[in-house]
Write a protein that binds this ligand. Sequence first.
Ligand SMILES: Cc1cc2nc3c(=O)[nH]c(=O)nc-3n(C[C@H](O)[C@H](O)[C@H](O)COP(=O)(O)O)c2cc1C
Length: 178
Amino acid sequence: MDEYREATGMPAKVLVVWESKHGSTADISYSIAGVLRQHGLRVMLADAAKSIPDDPFDAYVVGSAVYAGHWMKHVKQFVHDRSEALKAGRVWLFSSGPVGDPLAPAEAPVDVTTMIAESGARQHMIFGGNLDRSKLSFPERAIMSALRAPQGDFRDWTAISSWAEEIAHSLTHKEARA
Ligand SMILES: Cc1cc2nc3c(=O)[nH]c(=O)nc-3n(C[C@H](O)[C@H](O)[C@H](O)COP(=O)(O)O)c2cc1C
């Protein structure tokens, strides 16, 4: 039995928060939440652009799609506004955006340093994104054509579920706690 269960009799309560424009990052969040639930964790999901529960959680997984090198605004606001609560829990961040083989751009989104500082996150992961031209607005299609960005779904579901497994392990095993 893990440390949290010993103290409370309950599995850790985890909030998975994301912001997504075309749904691909939301799908990643659902997949992560599914893995965490399989490990018996109590998981809530929240779209940062809609509403986010106010109560504190033991752990947070926070993700954003990347546009023009940046995280999306509502999820950035969430991290900023809830900095204290986040720092009191355990936090993992992810970005989803790069496309192609190899994935590009390779650099982390510019806000990640601030997001880590404000949340006290233990890790930030970058997962490939999904570029489906049929879902893009006309200006988005024009930008992607100018950049010659390859179309396709570059989300690596094996990498995503392995990462979620690591998070679940860390939340359910005493020895993994730093
Ligand atoms: C106009 C536009 C700009 C983008 N800029 C970036 C970027 O700077 N860095 C990146 O990694 N991905 C970028 N992407 C790729 C998206 O992040 C990727 O398609 C992602 O999966 C979209 O997530 P969503 O479906 O959750 O909105 C861009 C996509 C579009 C359409």
